[in-house]
Write a protein that binds this ligand. Structure first.
Ligand code: PLP
Length: 371
């Protein structure tokens, strides 16, 4: 039995022949940008998230950048005003802040579920702080009621990085994307909702932001060839939108499959050498488990053992952002929890294409691990 970390070929096949049919339809219609598929997807994805508006973008990084740049211009934020972001995340969350001409301020994360530690946010707030950018890492929504309360108290915007959390549920029952002022999603192929290439989206209830971001994403154009701002080019194309519409219909079901597998991992992996993430007790079905992380102090031994047993694993992520060469300005900082996770984390396979036998095999193999 050989188990890939993520078999995209297999997953994509389960959507056939619908994907080929819808791509053929777009080809036959002959309209490739700003068309009916993109508009329909934007409507459907806003409804899915429970927000009023959605704007398709070229990728997740652009979605976050456009939100930040929009607030910056609309609210008159200054260059180098600050945005609080978790010290443990995929680099794009931080890169978006820099691209918008703002300053990322890193905040360490929780030891139990690896999300931004809401108790560490307040001391980071000063007169330059303009926003908090929580990341729903691995598919689990951050503690948004506490974060919203802080934001309210200090007049900050809350911008969710929901790139790993399509369909995830927050404490109050809202979906990822509807828990802050605006949210960025990614449809990178490996995400829970993935395109056949790049794609992203902004969702929000804020009409001013969606209108301004729409303009920025189209060369800062308010009317044809009238440029009010220096914009960029960032659009979701008709083919990707058509593909995403097909896949969105099954997203809740696919997420349920992931949750059932995660529940089995939580209840059946019992190896003292392996540390499982906190699953929220009875609320194990709120996360959408984009990634199922385990921690092991003998990570390399564990990974080579699993490789020998034909189970592929990955590390998300081996180097924390503040120790990257690209971020030398942060190299002297220390975020003990983020560093600990980077040293010990292993992602084990979890997605809707895995069979019951494969899940059994992964559990048994992990329980048999000794070091
Ligand atoms: C994937 C991802 C992004 C960026 O998405 P792209 O579509 O690759 O630009 C941003 N943040 C997080 C947490 C991600 O996982």
């Amino acid at each position: 039995m050989k188990i890939k970390y993520l078999d995209l070929q297999k997953i994509t096949q389960t959507f056939e022949p619908d994907l080929s049919r819808t791509i053929k339809h777009v080809i036959d219609v002959g309209w490739f940008l700003y068309g009916s598929e993109t508009h329909a997807f934007e409507r459907e994805f806003a409804d899915f998230c429970g927000t009023s508006y959605c704007l398709g973008t070229a990728n997740g990084l652009d979605a976050l950048t456009l939100i930040l740049k929009s607030y910056k211009d609309l609210l008159g934020w200054k260059a180098d005003d600050e945005v609080i972001v978790p010290a443990f995340t995929f680099i794009a969350s931080i890169e978006a802040i820099n691209r918008a001409g703002l300053r990322p301020v890193l905040c360490d994360v929780r030891t139990d579920d690896f999300l931004i530690d809401e108790t560490l946010i307040e001391p980071l707030i000063n007169s330059h702080t303009k926003a908090i950018l929580p990341v729903h890492l691995y598919g689990k929504v951050c503690r948004m009621s506490t974060i919203r309360l802080l934001a309210q108290q200090y007049g900050l915007k809350v911008i969710e990085d929901a790139a790993q959390a399509h369909g995830a549920i927050a404490e109050d029952g809202k979906r990822a994307g509807a828990c802050g002022d605006a949210a960025g999603f990614s449809f990178y192929p490996g995400k829970n909702l993935g395109a056949l290439g790049d794609g992203g989206a902004i969702v929000t209830n804020d009409k001013a932001v969606i209108d301004y971001a729409n303009e920025l994403a189209n060369y800062g154009m308010s009317r044809k060839y009238v440029h009010e701002e220096k914009g960029i080019n960032s659009r979701l194309d008709e083919i990707q939108a058509a593909v995403l519409r097909i896949k969105l219909k099954r997203l809740d079901y696919d997420n349920k499959c992931r949750q059932k597998m995660a529940y089995r991992y939580f209840t059946e992996i019992r190896n003292k050498k392996l540390e499982l993430p906190y699953n929220g007790g009875v609320k194990w079905d709120e996360s959408v488990y984009h990634i199922f992380p385990i921690l092991c102090s003998k990570r390399d031994t564990l990974r080579s053992y699993l490789k020998e047993k034909d189970i592929e694993t990955l590390i998300h992520y081996p180097i924390p952002p503040h120790l990257q060469k690209a971020y030398q300005e942060f190299n002297n900082l220390s975020f003990p929890v983020a560093e600990h996770i980077c040293r010990n984390q292993v992602s084990i396979p979890l997605n809707q294409s895995l069979s019951e036998e494969e899940i059994n095999y992964i559990i048994t193999t992990l329980n048999d691990f000794v070091c």
